[in-house]
Ligand binder design. Structure first.
Ligand code: G16
Length: 543
């Protein structure tokens, strides 16, 4: 087997976003595109020769071909062992767990997460470090810089590797080990949760549906919910991972999982419904005629997580990303535990988790996780909720209404304006930013702006500073609008507008969020001059 250095030209668009590199498949397929990126990544790692690397992916189109390219580069770069999920499949949380369990130096995860799949869809490459945490800011900046100067990569003439059979194969100095995609993760969940207790919910007749959206979680969900916990066969739907997700957009929210939402608002609704995204790190939970807002979910998890024996006495603190609603803040205060507010991006939770400052974290974008592993974890979130239902004997709706009763309901909504011209979106944000000093005191549609700022973050562990993480406009302490540009899109720009409003008037707890937040939504369009600058009047997705 020959190892050769191949000359290459850098691409200037390989900067990492909120969660790794995300591009259209047509972009990824360009000559040496993956090779450049992966070699740039390896060039930024230290002392990896002879060490273990994990590779996994969500099985989307081009996963299989990309893996073969990456394997050759990794072998040429002299990794000692490469652990890879059978057929190249590992969910993001399973990859994170495998990295730590097998003491790998890190792992490459091939996924564009919730972005659309199919031959014309998106592809992504992200790197998790030795803690199984998304590459921290410092490393992503280094990799991005390296992609702009790279002039060679290493590869080999080895044949494609058979990834369908569990076992070991040797290529040069590297052992390639194909492992079960699900076993390690499922065993870990059984260590964390009392499966016998959860099983009683099903034994007592709880009806359940889990929508794997034809993405990576199907095999994990069938094993856990149907085979082990005893949910009725067929409870897991869209359970076969398909390269094009069977035409579904694997983003579990009110827009893209509408079929599930519609079912939950009929007479045939099961007692509990959940869905996950492309790579299994996001979750959505619904109850009959009831949607559990992810920000409320984080608040309730903060209240009850330590009723689960694995977490008893371990709730050191909790974190939310800044655009996540302030519902959790009240719980943290009443429980007297610290609350941290980070920029959007799971990578910002990593240092807090590693340092033990927090036990739990979550985001409005349907992500939650704990110190059990350093990625967000969709199936874990569902198991945590089922455990809490089993511990408390209450329903999702009862627990949520208790939260509202105690501290008011925080209506939370994300309005996304997708597919904007990048220039228009940047102009809008720049103008809004320039207006910040003049906004306090201004009245719009009868609401007075009390504070406006561009969110900046100082990492409490490393003191690293991160600026420009979203423009926050406050109307007293109970109403807020946040503007930021998405960092996970593959072309053009997506403007994210987050709307939050707390009401303590229980007569309004059942208001429709769209109505409750209508004035704030209109204000967001007025102060950003949205129509004039982008030509848009209404969001393309509401979640
Ligand atoms: C990623 C990040 C999350 C973030 C989400 C949306 O999730 O890990 O922290 O909240 O993207 O980010 P943006 O608003 O920049 O599009 P995932 O599930 O796509 O990896």
């Amino acid at each position: 087997m020959d190892i050769t250095a191949i000359k290459t030209e850098p691409y200037n668009d390989q900067t990492l976003g909120t969660s790794g590199l995300r591009k259209r498949i047509s972009v990824i397929k360009q000559k040496n595109y993956i090779e450049n990126f992966v070699q740039s990544l390896f060039d930024c790692l230290e002392d990896f020769e002879g060490k273990t690397l994990v590779i996994g992916g969500d099985g989307r189109c081009y996963n299989d071909q990309a893996i073969q390219i990456i394997l050759k580069i990794a072998v040429a770069n002299q990794f000692g062992r490469i652990i890879i999920g059978q057929n190249g499949i590992l969910s993001t949380p399973a990859s994170s767990h495998v990295i730590v369990k097998y003491e790998a130096i890190g792992g490459i995860i091939l996924s564009a997460s919730h972005n659309p799949g199919g031959p014309d869809g998106d592809f992504g490459i992200k790197f998790d470090n030795e803690h199984g945490a998304p590459a921290p800011q410092e490393l992503t900046a280094k990799i991005s810089a390296r992609t702009r100067t790279i002039d060679r990569f290493w590869t080999t003439d080895m044949p494609d590797v058979d990834l369908s059979t569990i076992g070991e194969q040797i290529f040069g100095n590297t052992v390639i080990q194909v492992i079960s995609s699900v076993d390690d993760y499922v065993e870990y969940m059984q260590e964390i949760f009392d499966f016998a207790k959860i099983k009683k919910l099903f034994d007592n007749g709880m009806t359940f549906i889990y929508d794997a959206m034809n993405a990576v979680t199907g095999p994990y969900a069938v094993r856990i919910f149907e085979d082990i916990l005893g949910a009725e066969k067929g409870s897991v739907i869209h359970e076969t991972p398909l390269p094009d997700f069977g035409g579904l957009h694997p983003e579990p929210n009110l827009t893209y999982a509408k079929h599930l939402v519609d079912l939950m608002y009929t007479e045939n609704a099961p007692d509990f419904a959940a869905a996950s995204d492309g790579d299994g790190d996001r979750y959505m939970i619904l109850a009959p005629s009831f949607f559990l807002n992810p920000s409320d979910s984080l608040a309730i998890l903060s209240q009850y997580l330590d009723t689960i024996p694995f977490y008893q006495g371990k709730l050191s603190g909790v974190a939310r990303s800044m655009p996540t609603s302030f519902a959790v803040d009240g719980v943290a205060k009443s429980r007297n535990i610290p609350l941290y507010q980070t920029p959007t991006g799971w990578k910002f939770f990593g240092n807090l988790l590693t340092a033990g400052k927090i036990a739990l974290c979550g985001e409005e974008s349907f992500g939650a996780g704990s110190f059990h592993l350093q990625e967000k974890d969709g199936i874990w979130a569902v198991l945590a909720w089922l455990s809490i239902l089993a511990e408390t004997g209450k329903t999702v709706e009862q627990l949520t209404r208790e939260l509202w009763q105690k501290q008011g309901r925080v209506f939370a909504m994300l309005q996304s304006y997708e597919g904007l011209a990048t220039e228009d979106a940047c102009t809008l944000m720049a103008r809004l930013n320039a207006q910040i000093p003049n906004l306090p005191g201004t009245q719009v549609l009868g609401e007075t702006i009390t504070e406006a700022f561009n969110f900046a973050y100082t990492d409490p562990v490393t003191d690293e500073q991160t600026q420009n993480q979203g423009i926050c406009i406050l109307f007293g302490s109970d109403k807020r609008i946040v503007f930021r540009l998405s960092g996970t899109g593959s072309c053009g720009a997506t403007l994210r507008v987050y709307l939050n409003k707390r009401t303590t008037d229980s007569d309004h707890f059942n208001d429709c969020p769209i109505d409750a937040l209508a004035t704030l939504a209109e204000i967001s369009r007025i102060i950003s001059d949205l129509k004039k600058l982008t030509g848009r009047q209404m969001p393309t997705a509401i979640t």
